[in-house]
Write a protein that binds this ligand. Sequence first.
Ligand SMILES: Nc1ncnc2c1ncn2[C@@H]1O[C@H](COP(=O)(O)OP(=O)(O)OP(=O)(O)O)[C@@H](O)[C@H]1O
Ligand SMILES: [Mg+2]
Length: 349
Amino acid sequence: MRVALLHNLAENAPQPNLDAPHDILYELDHPKNIEAYKKALEAGGHEVFAMEGNAYLAQRLKDLSIDICFNQCEGYRGDSREAQVPALLEMLGIPYTGSKVLALALTLDKAMTKRVLLYHGLPTPPFQEFLSADDPVDPRLAAHFPLFAKPNSEGTGMGIDDRSIVRDEVELRERVAYLREAYHEPVLVEKYVEGNDVTVGLVGNYPDLHLFPISMIDNSLYETTGLHVYGAELKIDLGDAYQYQCPARLPDELAAELRRLTIETIRVTGTVDFARVDFRLDRNDHNRPYILEINSLPGITPISDLTLMAEAEGWSHARLVYSVFEAALKRHGLQIEVPLQDYEEVRVR
Ligand SMILES: Nc1ncnc2c1ncn2[C@@H]1O[C@H](COP(=O)(O)OP(=O)(O)OP(=O)(O)O)[C@@H](O)[C@H]1O
Ligand SMILES: [Mg+2]
């Protein structure tokens, strides 16, 4: 097949403002990751054309007679930025990997996603969306101090560090004001769930869902760094020192519940092909799991959480990338005409 590998590279991003926070480009891609995806797709016998998901995309896809797109576009701007390229591809009638417009727009908005989760009775921390630092605090939320404040529509731990934990209304308003100023979007304030971070990743579509072993960040592992949340600093700046447990040593019952909640979350949000659902286990309530968010366009770089989880099961990075592609082919009812080479050999790390 003729495959367009669509990306948004950090180096092609519009110039950030001088006062932008240091993590403002952390969601965007890098050429070495694109190279890894390209090799994995080529190992399946496909012809791969890597290109920016930008305003020239429609014409380029037509000129190259592209059959399907491998979509990795995070988008550069706008509150539904992950949905922009898929919307264009829908308009052009070109199939693509991963979630569609509505699921991407929904899940990039954490507060809106939580409303959907709550409607379906799925556990997520109580919350309030702040449009300004002066919004009155909902008394139902104020009953839960300490609270946790984060940008409503970012990923990769952007805007998240130990200062995200706010102990009283003064700290809360200060942090909301900072986040509003830095990220120019609503701020999500939630009950702070004290406990370990757990993440569940999967590839495929029902009934061929493949869930990887659950990964857990035992926060006590980070006592020496003094960091208590899995924010940008741990995800990127200290990425090499990242400590996690996969498969997580969890009671069978809890692991089964986490898997059930993950499948329910992808179902109610309409997420397809691959995903990662992030949880916190409430240490003060028998490790009860709370859904923090769903990543409908989860990172699959050679060092992303999903990759580490697949590797814990013996998969190579190339195999993970290729199985996302295969899930999409299957979902679109497209035949794979070229037999797969052994992608285990395409180790690109
Ligand atoms: N309500 C909360 N209570 C406690 N910790 C939280 C809460 N919300 C977020 N965190 C901490 O912040 C981390 C990142 O939060 P979240 O997953 O929402 O952000 P993200 O930037 O979208 O992450 P990703 O890299 O997965 O895209 C969590 O893994 C957790 O450590
Ligand atoms: Mg997360």
